[in-house]
Structure formats: C-alpha cells, structure tokens
Design a protein around this ligand. Structure first.
Ligand SMILES: NC(=O)c1ccc[n+]([C@@H]2O[C@H](COP(=O)([O-])OP(=O)(O)OC[C@H]3O[C@@H](n4cnc5c(N)ncnc54)[C@H](OP(=O)(O)O)[C@@H]3O)[C@@H](O)[C@H]2O)c1
Length: 520
C-alpha cells in the first residue's frame, strides 16, 4: 500500500495533466515499424489518460500510397495489437484516429515539403499550424536531408527567445556511428535549429525505472550516504537480451553491440547511477552532471582496451529450449564476421567519489534471459566476529535496481537462520513496482512524446553527451583495431557470454551476478 505520495509539478504539468498548447506532430516514417508498434500506441495512451493537448493533429509522411482513411484504419488496428491497455474503447479509439492525416511523399523530393506546408496551413488554428513536433522515425541517412528540406519549405527555423510558436525535431537512434559522424550530423541540424529544439532519443531514459534511479538516489538519505568508494566495492550493469539479431543482420553487421547498446543505453544508465547530484531538476543541470560523469571515465588507451574490454559472438545453442543458429549463420551476416554480439567493459571513473571502484558493463544477445539491472556491491564487513568464523557463509550486501522486466529494487543482507547454532543466510528485502503501484507502467515512448510536446529536454540526449559517449566507444573500437575474435570470445547461444568475460573480473576477485528470472 502507498501511504502518501508527494507530487512535484514539473514544468508544463498542472495537477498531473499536461497544460500543453495545441500542436501538430508530423511523423516521418509513418508506414514503418516504430510508428505502428511504439509511437501510435503511446499517443493513444496519452490520449486516453487525458494528457494530449486539447487540440492536436498527427500527420504521417511516407512514400507508400495511402489515404487518410486507410492510414487511420491501420493505426486503429495497431492500437488494438500493440496497446498495453487490454480493453480498447472503440469510440475513444475512433475519436483519437480522427486526428490523423496521411501525407504521401518522398522525403528526398522538395515537392513533398511544399505540399506539407500547404496542408499544415490548412489546419487553421495558428497553434496547430505553427507548433510543430517533427518526429524522424526514418533511416538516419535521411535525418540531415529532412531538416534541410523543412527549413527550405519554411517549416523549421532557429527559434528566438520571444517566439510565440515553436518547432522541435525528435531524432531517433542511432545518432551517428562514431564521433565524427555524430559531430557532422549535429552541425548539420544546428544550421537550422537551436540545440533546445533538438530532442535526441534514447528510449531507456523514458523508462519509469531508469527515471527512478535519480529519485532513489537523491531522495533517500540512507543510500546516498553510502554511494561512494568508501562503501561500494564495485558496480555491475547488465542489459541482456534473449533474442539474436533476427532479421536485422544487415544493420547489425554495421553496428555491433558496442555501438548499438553500450554507446547509448549502458552509458546512460551508468551516468545516472554515478553522477553527482545536480543543483536542480532543470534539464540543463541534470545533463551537465551526466556529461561531467562521462568525461570522468578513464580514457580507453589501447592497453586499457586489451585488458578491460571483452567482445563476444554467439554460436549455435539453445535459449530456453529454443534452438538458435550462430551469428555467422544469420541472414545478411558475413559467414566470417567478427562483429560483436556481446560486449563487457571494466570502466573506472576518475573523480573523488568513485576513484578505484570498477564499473562492469555488459550487454549481449542470445543470453538466457531478457533483463536490465544495476547491481551495487558493497564492501564486506571487517574480518572479525561472524566473518572471522571461516565456516560462515557471509555475503557482502548488494543492492539491485531491476530496470526491466519485473521492475523493482532488492537489498541483500545476512540473516541468522533460526535455531541454536550460529548460521547465517543471505536474505532479501524486495520492493516490486507491480506490488506497490499496481500494473500501471507507462511505456517509455509515452513519456518521451509528452516531454517533446512540453519542450522539456531532460530525458533526451544533449549534443555534448552523445559526442562524449562516441568518444569513449571510438577509443574502444580503435583498440580492437580490426583484430579477429579469439576462441575465448565465442559463446553458445543461451549462455551468459564468453569465458573471456569471466576473465575480466577474475583478477579483481569479482564474479558476474547474472539476473534471475522473476520471483512469482
Ligand atoms: N523499430 C524500432 O523498434 C526502433 C527502435 C529504435 C530505433 N528505431 C529507429 O527508428 C527509425 C525508424 O525505424 P523503423 O524500424 O520504423 O524503420 P522501417 O520500418 O524501415 O520504417 C522506415 C520508414 O521510413 C519511410 N521512408 C524510407 N525512405 C523514405 C523516403 N525516401 N521518403 C519517405 N519515407 C521514407 C518508410 O516508408 P515508405 O517505405 O512507405 O516510404 C517507413 O515508413 C530508425 O532510425 C531506427 O533506427 C527503431
């Protein structure tokens, strides 16, 4: 049961409901997977929760020929299939879909934008015409061109402080494929808009549990007091997937887990776990601290890469009884590929708080379980009293922040087994989101779309953040230097990664703690 709760009013929020101005969301990539699976269901939930502006329009742009009505029908079906709400109210869904229009056109063709400008002008209400969210749910190769064309068509300009209306650009991941390409893309976008108009997505930041990391750290004195090198021995961050690359072999050959997962999700989680308290909850204050943290990571020299980074690639195996082929046998994958489907890093943060504390980050595909968690391992007690009695199985305290699924927080400590002997056993205190708050967990994209409409960039990646993350990742890739994978870097699908990953922790006397299935 929740005894009482405290509500903080965030900018743009009034009494828990967004007080946003009317706006139009233009989705480029309207016929794509992301739009159907994530964006439309998210908008629908915001609508049913009364969090959309009083008046709004959604204009979908893609090449495929569709009418307004056929697109609406597809979106209605998409809501039915992908909505997290089991019961979809037909009347509400139809009223929602009535706000949708489809605009067929090629994004490389200037006429598409001229016609889009006309269509927008036809909406009448100056807010719907001029308050615009441009959502780039398209291939990154089109990001620059679309922004150029929007600018040329007069739909996007650098906002002044006193502008009555606004335009924002939401940019999907991946944002570049290395520092240089991210830098070029940033310069390209910033030719036409200000940084505060750009909303770079890392959908992990939209997750409730990821947002809760900050709340947990900075609103609970008992943990934050211990959140440093004096009390913490090491930290493990695991993002494991129980699927392989599926149909995305072609994309993955260009990316690999380091660029696809570590550069964004893992470094974002790390920065929230380890950053200093910001002076306020303002977007810039929070993002300043995250950047400071990323900049404090000890540089990855080639020597450090050799000892502190492990790659892996899965070969054929079974995941939960389901047989999987090896990565090299997947569609559109080079049969001799050395692309990594697993990455583990040991990082050090050279600042006052964390000096000498290893942070182990790992992520991989075709592991036994889908889970994301942060495990904070505290230092052991001094070797006296119970610990001195060698036969006692004393475990150091550990705190686990489970980000998905079965979201929750667990604290492990030692308890006395009832009886006349002195026997201890590790026991756990468990806070589960489901049990405490019920099953209602908004999807990441709901929060992100809401924030983009409200103009709050806290949950989006700033330019220097994305570039600093690429700098770290580029140094690692440079250290790999195109070397082929060694035997110790292969792992069978359905295992927790290559032997080389265990070797990474072994010299420190540490072991990976694998996420466990939900306890129900
Ligand atoms: N899907 C996900 O879960 C997911 C997750 C994270 C990030 N993302 C990112 O989101 C973006 C979109 O991903 P997706 O999976 O939705 O891709 P997708 O299914 O391939 O959709 C691409 C969309 O772009 C449109 N398009 C392509 N070229 C076009 C052109 N020249 N003119 C107009 N429209 C064009 C396509 O429509 P037409 O063919 O009809 O033109 C389609 O609607 C990518 O940046 C991806 O990395 C996706």
């Amino acid at each position: 049961m929740v005894d009482s709760s405290t509500t903080i009013t965030l900018p743009g929020l009034e009494d828990g409901r967004r007080a946003d101005e009317p706006c139009t969301i233009v989705i480029f990539g309207a016929s794509g997977d992301l739009t159907a699976r994530k964006l439309i269901p998210a908008l629908y939930h915001l609508y049913t929760e009364g969090q959309m502006p009083e008046s709004f329009r959604v204009i979908g742009v893609a090449r495929r020929e569709k009418t307004d009505e056929s697109w609406r029908a597809e979106m209605r079906a998409g809501v039915e299939t992908y909505s997290r709400t089991h019961q979809v109210d037909d009347a509400q869904r139809d009223a929602f879909a009535a706000n949708f229009e489809y605009h067929p056109g090629d994004l490389t063709d200037a006429d598409t934008y001229v016609a889009l400008a006309k269509r927008l002008a036809g909406l009448g209400d100056p807010c719907l015409v001029n308050n615009l969210v441009f959502y780039l749910a398209i291939s990154p190769s089109l990001f620059g061109e679309v922004v150029d064309q929007l600018h040329t068509a007069g739909l996007l300009h650098r906002m002044g402080e006193d502008d009555e209306h606004w335009q924002r650009v939401v940019v999907e991941k991946p944002f570049g494929h290395n520092l240089q390409s991210a830098h070029v893309l940033n310069n390209h976008l910033l030719r036409h808009v200000r940084e505060r108009q750009i909303f770079r997505i890392d959908h992990y930041l939209g997750k409730e549990t990821v947002q809760n990391i900050m709340m947990f750290r900075f609103s609970n004195a008992i943990f934050e007091q211990l959140w440093n090198r004096e009390a913490i021995e090491h930290v493990q961050i695991t993002v494991s997937e129980d699927i392989g690359v599926g149909g995305r072999g072609g994309y993955f050959e260009e990316a690999g887990t380091l660029r696809d997962m570590t550069q964004n999700h893992l470094l974002q989680i790390l920065s929230l776990v380890a950053m200093e308290p910001p002076p306020s909850l303002a977007a810039e204050d929070i993002r300043n601290e995250k950047v400071k943290l990323l900049k404090s990571i000890r540089p990855m020299t080639p020597e450090a890469v050799a000892t502190n980074v492990v790659r892996g690639q899965y070969f054929a195996g079974t995941v939960n009884g389901d047989s999987r082929e090896g990565y090299r046998q997947e569609e559109r994958v080079n049969p001799e590929s050395n692309v990594e489907t697993y990455t583990a890093l040991k990082l050090f943060i050279d600042n006052w708080r964390w000096s000498g504390v290893p942070f182990y980050l790992r992520t991989g595909k075709n592991l036994p379980l889908r889970a994301s968690e942060v495990r904070v391992q505290f230092r052991p007690t001094p070797n006296v009293l119970f610990a001195a009695q060698g036969h006692l199985d004393l475990h150091a305290n550990a705190l686990t922040l489970r980000l998905q699924p079965d979201e929750g927080i667990f604290l492990r400590f030692n308890g006395k087994v009832p009886g006349n002997s002195i026997e201890t056993r590790p026991v756990r205190m468990h806070f589960g989101y489901d049990a405490e708050f019920g099953a209602y967990t908004p999807e990441a994209y709901e929060r992100l779309l809401l924030e983009a409409m409200a103009g709050d960039a806290t949950l989006f990646i700033r330019r220097d953040e994305v570039e600093t993350a690429w700098q770290i990742v580029d140094a690692i890739r440079e250290g790999w230097g195109g070397m082929p994978l060694s035997n110790r870097e292969f792992y069978a699908a359905g295992t927790w990664g290559p032997v080389a990953a265990d070797d990474l922790l072994e010299p420190d006397g540490h072991k990976w703690h694998n996420p466990k299935p939900a306890e129900r």
